[in-house]
Structure formats: structure tokens, C-alpha cells
Design a protein around this ligand. Structure first.
Ligand code: BG6
Length: 296
């Protein structure tokens, strides 16, 4: 059965390969598993809560309308870290295509978590489209400003946790020459390294990366994930390493930081502004392409 809906989840299976599937929790519209020919592509904490009691630690949580904590914006500063989309139950809107199997989820201020919409009283309509290709996963977001008299200002981010064999044998390519803001040391730096390798806690935001730059995660010379972006100029690279993982109650096993890297395409350096009645759209496409160094 290509699409199976339960009370809390939707599971798509590719019609040409029963071992290629994606599982989406209605809570947060969080993709928590994506298997390509039986191989899991996303990292999910064994301590992740899938019961709607807190955002999922792993998979692809959705960050809206604020990335991190915003202390400057009058409206967004009231919201908790990463906003309200990942801790609201989305409506399953159904299937829009049978091959590649494609489904949609919706969220607006009427059905979102009331504890959070009471803090941020904007009108919005989100539609997430998930397309399971034979060899890719595409997530597309449309944000509509459904107010008729106010601009809507927000951040968007796909908080994608990629599963990798070993962080110490992994590098991230094609961000050379880009400017990043290091959230740990609070400095803006131009990346001069030919590739990014991670051997300590890392929490950086690459800014204004042209969509022609295809980000690749490469393990021992083999690309494990290729991340393409449409209308998402910024990319967060995050690995909590030892101490930060130890401090996160739902991060399990504690050595799990070795097997994950977050590559998070978003619009977070500044706010997207959408006029009343208008829409904004963006996508992330993850695949396994051949190695393609665009900059060394
Ligand atoms: C990343 C941020 O996107 O998410 C980090 O850059 C943050 O600063 C991480 O620690 C995890 O956030 P949370 O709220 O899921 O623990």
C-alpha cells in the first residue's frame, strides 16, 4: 500500500521499491524516517518522543516562525526556541500524486498549538508537500499570509538530521568562500577551508549561499547526502558533540553525535516578509548524487 495513514502518522512507500519509504508524524509534520532501498538516511535519537509531548529529536523538524530565540523582534521574541510548527499537530491534507508518492500537510493559526499562538497572534497558512522519489526526498513549504491588513514576518528552516557512518570521517563540501556566523563564539567569518570537517561542537549559519551551490556530505570520499535548496539562502551546520549531547535529555545514545550531522537549509539570517494575501515558497531536496566539488 503506497500510502498508509494511522491516527498519528503517515507512511509513504515507493510503488517501485517497497524498501524506499518515508514516515511522517502528524505532530510537527515531522519526517522521522526516510529509507532509500532499506537504508535509513536520517538520524533519529533513540530517546526521541514520538507521542507529541515535545518536538522530535531527529528526522526533519520544521522551524517556523522563528529560528532559535529572537530577542529583538517585538512579536517573535515571545515564542520559544524554533517557534511553533514543530510542536503543533498538523492536518493531513491527503495525497496529491501517486508516483512519486506525494502528500500534503497543513497548519494555520486555528489548529496550531494554542499555548504558542496565544504568544504570536499572526494569521498564516502553511502547506508542507512531501514527495518520495525513487532516489530523492523533496520537502516543499508554502507560507501564505492569510491576514488582509498586516505583513507576515518569519524565519523558515528544515532542521534536517542526516545519518552518517562516522562524523570523524565525514566532511561537508561546497561552502568554501561563504560567510558564516558562528553561534558559539558570536563571530562572522569567511570560510577559507576547502571542506568542513567537524571535531568539536559546531553551530554555524552559512549566509546567502547561492542555490547553485549543492551541499554534499562526504564520508571517506563517498557522498552520502546531496542537499539542494530552492529559495533557502542560509544553511545551518550543527553537531552538538560530547557535552551538549550529554545535556540534552532526549539525545540518545549519548554517542549519537558521531552518527549525525544537521545540514539545515533555511531563511534565518533575516526575516521573510510576505504582504497580506501573498505566498512564499521554498524547498529542500536530498539525494545521493555523484561527488561534485564546486569549490576547493
Ligand atoms: C540548531 C541551532 O538549529 O538547533 C542550535 O543552530 C540548537 O543552536 C539546535 O542547539 C537544537 O535546538 P533544539 O531546540 O532542538 O534543542
Amino acid at each position: 500500500m503506497p500510502i498508509e495513514e494511522t491516527q498519528s502518522q503517515v507512511i509513504l512507500t515507493h510503488p517501485e521499491n517497497k524498501d524506499t519509504s518515508v514516515s511522517i508524524l502528524k505532530y510537527g509534520a515531522t519526517i522521522f524516517s526516510w529509507k532509500l532501498e532499506g537504508r535509513e538516511q536520517l538520524w533519529l535519537s533513540t530517546g526521541a518522543k514520538l507521542d507529541g509531548s515535545k518536538p522530535v529529536r531527529g528526522g526533519i523538524p520544521l522551524v517556523f516562525p522563528v529560528f532559535g530565540k529572537n530577542d529583538n523582534d517585538e512579536l517573535l521574541s515571545k515564542l520559544p526556541q524554533h517557534g511553533l510548527a514543530r510542536n503543533s499537530t498538523w492536518e493531513f491534507l491527503g495525497q496529491t500524486k501517486s508516483n512519486p508518492p506525494t502528500v500534503q500537510f497543513g497548519l494555520n493559526e486555528k489548529i496550531a498549538n494554542p499555548d504558542l499562538t496565544s504568544l504570536w497572534k499572526e494569521k498564516f497558512n502553511l502547506i508542507l508537500t512531501v514527495e518520495l522519489g525513487k532516489d530523492f526526498l523533496k520537502t516543499d513549504i508554502e507560507v501564505e499570509n492569510s491576514s488582509n491588513d498586516r505583513d507576515l514576518q518569519f524565519n523558515w528552516l528544515f532542521h534536517t538530521y542526516l545519518r552518517i557512518p562516522d562524523i570523524e570521517d565525514t566532511m561537508v563540501s561546497n561552502l568554501t568562500g561563504m560567510t558564516f556566523y558562528d553561534q558559539l563564539i558570536k563571530e562572522t567569518i569567511v570560510d577559507k577551508h576547502p571542506v568542513i570537517s567537524i571535531n568539536e561542537e559546531t553551530d554555524v549559519i552559512y549566509q546567502n549561499v547561492d542555490s547553485s551551490r549543492v551541499i554534499q556530505v562526504v564520508n571517506q570520499g563517498k557522498p552520502t547526502h546531496t542537499v539542494k535548496r530552492v529559495n533557502l539562502p542560509d544553511t545551518v551546520v550543527w553537531n552538538p558533540w560530547i557535552e551538549k549531547s550529554a545535556g540534552m535529555g532526549d539525545f540518545e545514545p549519548k554517542t549519537g553525535y558521531k552518527e549525525m550531522i544537521c545540514i539545515e537549509p533555511g531563511h534565518v539570517h533575516d526575516l521573510v516578509k510576505v504582504a497580506p494575501g501573498e505566498k512564499w515558497q521554498a524547498s529542500q531536496i536530498i539525494s545521493q548524487d555523484a561527488l561534485n566539488y564546486q569549490a576547493i
